[in-house]
Design a protein around this ligand. Structure first.
Ligand code: SF4
Length: 102
């Protein structure tokens, strides 16, 4: 699946780590401070992108077919994983971004 660039994964989830222009992380449901007006990420490809974002592939079960559907699915995932940490065999978060991501 290629990314539809709806922007839901850049708004709906919480990000616990520090990221540029958001030193305390990003609360769920908040626009990332590094988004363009089109919900694209200005950090893409410059190495300052949070590790969280590298592990976020476009998947039908996460993205759905609309921004609203993706937001609902991602919000549910965020709630389900609140306060939890990743334990092996989690997907590595250091892999390079996929070509279709922006
Ligand atoms: S990965 Fe999915 S949720 Fe994120 S911008 Fe692309 S289509 Fe939207």
């Amino acid at each position: 699946m290629s990314c539809g660039k709806c922007g839901a994964c850049r708004i709906a989830p919480s990000i616990a780590s520090t990221l540029p222009n958001m030193p305390g992380g990003k609360p769920a449901g908040t626009r990332g401070a590094n988004l363009t007006d089109e919900n694209l990420c200005r950090l893409y490809g410059i190495g300052a992108r949070p590790a969280f974002c590298y592990g976020w592939p476009p998947l039908p079960e996460v993205c759905g077919t609309t921004f609203e559907e993706a937001t609902a699915k991602i919000t549910a995932l965020d709630h389900a994983t609140a306060g939890k940490t990743c334990t092996p065999p989690c997907r590595p978060l250091t892999q390079p971004p996929r070509p279709q991501e922006t």
